[in-house]
Design a protein. Structure first.
Length: 101
């Protein structure tokens, strides 16, 4: 039972880490790399205006978004894998072996 709970917690931690990395990269994209694009897109809710902004966005800004998603996916997957692996090791260490019986 605890193994399942630890695995679920590992996935949630991975999701949080992936989201944080993506937000950091995308914030850097809009505030540091392409601040004029970030200011134009801030608070926009109209679909036509969003389409116009995305159509005029430099390719580099779109590539940075893809890189952010890739880095976030790798970071989240790694953290979930690492936490699950640690949880499994703890379970294995606490359960006596039945090979000798």
């Amino acid at each position: 039972m605890w193994r399942v709970v630890r695995s679920i917690v590992a996935v949630i931690a991975g999701f949080v880490a992936a989201s944080a990395v993506m937000m950091i990269v995308e914030t850097a994209n809009g505030r540091l790399l392409y601040p004029e694009l970030g200011k134009r897109a801030e608070g926009v809710t109209d679909r036509q205006e969003i389409k116009a902004i995305m159509a005029s966005a430099p390719v580099g800004a779109l590539v940075v978004v893809l890189i952010g998603w890739a880095l976030g996916s790798v970071a989240g997957g790694f953290l979930a894998w690492k936490r699950r692996r640690v949880a499994n090791q703890r379970v294995r260490l606490s359960v006596p072996s039945s090979k000798g019986l």
